[in-house]
Design a protein around this ligand. Structure first.
Ligand SMILES: Cc1cc2nc3c(=O)[nH]c(=O)nc-3n(C[C@H](O)[C@H](O)[C@H](O)COP(=O)(O)O)c2cc1C
Length: 540
């Protein structure tokens, strides 16, 4: 028997374990060594019994052992983590979501692979045109007639028509779950989607057919999603003939969202908030508003941001998260709609290899998002462009040595040629903006700089050769934490990373760690060997 094992035994014999021992006198195979004991602990669907036999500590999964029972822990199935109503609402196995990733990085393949394993995944519609979104709906619905899937609805403050057309598509095709993000307020489009799916059933109960999972990081906004739809918007929708009076009455009794994902420090757009502070405050808020509205099903609160290991998942569940959402780690998976080069960079990333860089969509406002900084110069180059934008009022004002450097190193073509391309695009898509840019040189400069910021994401996704140092790769610290965890396992290589397997190992690892913590809290001293959960390939 090893030294460590003796320490475990001593801790129990010395009465540190908080159990009421009883004797059972049947034989069974007991494990006495570290590896054997750990394999019993890993059988999560079975109870574990720590037993004293002839002054030795033995561990078994079966209740018909021989010896003196010291500690027992019950079976733990993965569906016990999180809120069970999340599982029944969405028809999923785990309280786990693979979040949207713009530009189809959360691809059809990712959503379908997840859905087939009864895991919810949200298609990344951001930046895609409506034809592509429609094709994705068709493909996903055909592949997942009964299984779970979601579509992202990204708020488009500058293009309300686009938001509306996306909602029209979702309603037309019966997309029943949306992940609503980047909203700053409740919009008529969002209310239209929600209320169009409200019905009263035979038992006089409200059925919510269009589910909304709202992703946010501020309590002001959470308050809005925790309340029923604003009366003013409901009135407008009735007047516009989009919803009925009866539906508006039902809307007064249901919250705007079924679920709220509170997003802490994450890849892409983020407020960099710490989850340990954010989640408790939104949970408090939910409880307060639930008391006021008394909904039959309280709004569930889940978390996103920083989840990349079983430890972080367990922490979230123990803090009261109804479900967890991952993002960054899924971008390095086989199914992600991005290039192999990007996946390899992601698989090598450390936790500190990320930084905030200017965002293409809100460049002029100085909004930033979290990206990878290792293996690409994008964040530094984008930052340089933003500084120039702040300093000068027109491209012509930038010193010519600086201009030449930009044209040679970053743009690799003249400003004039980029402006020609930008103007051609705007003349089709947004002639008013083109007219403004022709008289506003600062806007023209922003549009030229945004050419680079917009294309750099696409270069990363398509794997544009020769542009590797300009790849814009959204990524949060969860990626590095994940890489550390899987370093010596089969998941170290991106070619082996499948979104469903990541979900399983994070959930299974979290359940395993829960079991270990339970034993420790009962007074059992355990070496770090027992707390290590290493992913192994799944057999089926
Ligand atoms: C590459 C990438 C693109 C993303 N695009 C979107 C998006 O279009 N819409 C959205 O709601 N969230 C988006 N997210 C956020 C994720 O859905 C998820 O909430 C977040 O990544 C979770 O935090 P993590 O990165 O720490 O795992 C994106 C994240 C990444 C890494």
């Amino acid at each position: 028997m090893s030294k460590k094992n003796t320490a475990i035994l001593n801790s129990i014999i010395e009465g540190q374990a908080n159990t009421s021992p009883e004797t059972v006198s049947l034989t069974d195979s007991l494990a006495f060594d570290e590896i054997g004991i750990k394999s019993k602990l890993l059988k999560l669907d079975q109870a574990v019994y720590f037993v004293r036999v002839n002054e030795q500590l033995g561990v078994t999964n079966q209740s018909n052992f021989q010896g003196k029972l010291l500690i027992a822990v019950p079976p733990l199935v993965l569906s016990q983590l999180g809120d069970p109503s999340f599982l029944s609402t969405y028809g999923v196995r785990f309280a786990y979501v693979a979040g949207a990733m713009a530009g189809g990085i959360a691809s059809e393949e990712m959503v379908i692979a997840s859905g087939k394993q009864q895991i919810l995944s949200s298609f990344g519609t951001g930046g895609l045109d409506l034809t592509r979104i429609e094709a994705a709906i068709n493909q996903i619905q055909q592949a997942l007639p009964q299984q779970p899937y979601a579509f992202n609805l990204l708020h488009s403050p500058n293009e309300p028509a686009r938001e509306r057309s996306t909602v029209d598509l979702y309603l037309k095709y019966g997309v029943r779950v949306i992940e609503a993000s980047a909203f700053m307020d409740i919009t008529p489009n969002l209310v239209y989607y929600r209320v169009a799916g409200l019905k009263l059933n035979h038992d006089n109960q409200i059925e919510i057919h269009n589910k909304i999972i709202a992703k946010l990081s501020r309590s002001e906004l959470a308050t809005k999603f925790l309340q029923p739809a604003p009366v003013k918007i409901l009135k407008e929708l009735i007047e516009g003939g989009l919803i009925t009076e009866a539906q508006a009455k039902l809307a007064a009794k249901v919250p705007m969202a079924d679920d709220i994902t509170v997003e802490a420090d994450s890849g892409g757009h983020t407020d960099n908030r710490p989850q340990v502070c954010l989640l408790p405050s939104i949970l408090e808020l939910r409880d307060k508003l639930q008391e006021k509205y008394n909904y039959p099903q309280p709004v569930r609160i889940g978390v996103a941001g920083g989840i990349g290991t079983p430890h972080s998942a367990l922490a979230a569940f123990m803090m009261g998260a109804a479900y967890i959402v991952t993002g960054s780690i899924n971008q390095s998976c086989v199914e992600a709609g991005t290039s192999l080069h990007t996946k390899h960079l992601l698989a090598q990333a450390q936790m500190t290899d990320v930084m905030m860089a200017p965002a293409a969509d809100m460049f002029e406002m100085g909004v930033k998002l979290q990206v990878l900084k290792q293996g690409t110069l994008f964040p530094l180059r984008a930052q340089k462009l933003f500084e120039l934008y702040k300093t000068y009022n027109a491209i012509e004002d930038i010193p010519s040595s600086e201009k030449q450097k930009l044209e040679k190193q970053i743009f690799r073509q003249s400003f004039e040629s980029i402006w020609q391309q930008t103007a051609a695009y705007l003349s089709q898509k947004n002639p008013q903006k083109l007219a403004r840019a022709n008289t506003d040189s600062k806007l023209k400069m922003a549009l030229i700089f945004r050419w680079y910021l917009g294309l750099s994401s696409r270069w990363s996704s398509t794997g544009e050769p020769g542009r590797e140092m300009d790849y814009q790769i959204w990524c949060g610290p969860a990626m590095g934490a994940f890489n550390d965890w899987v370093k010596d396992s089969y998941l170290a290589k991106p070619e082996q990373r499948r979104v469903g397997e990541l979900a399983f190992h994070i959930m299974n690892g979290a359940a395993f760690l829960y079991r270990i913590q339970t034993l420790k809290m009962q007074g059992l001293q355990m070496s770090s060997f027992y707390s290590q959960y290493r992913p192994v390939p799944l057999t089926n």
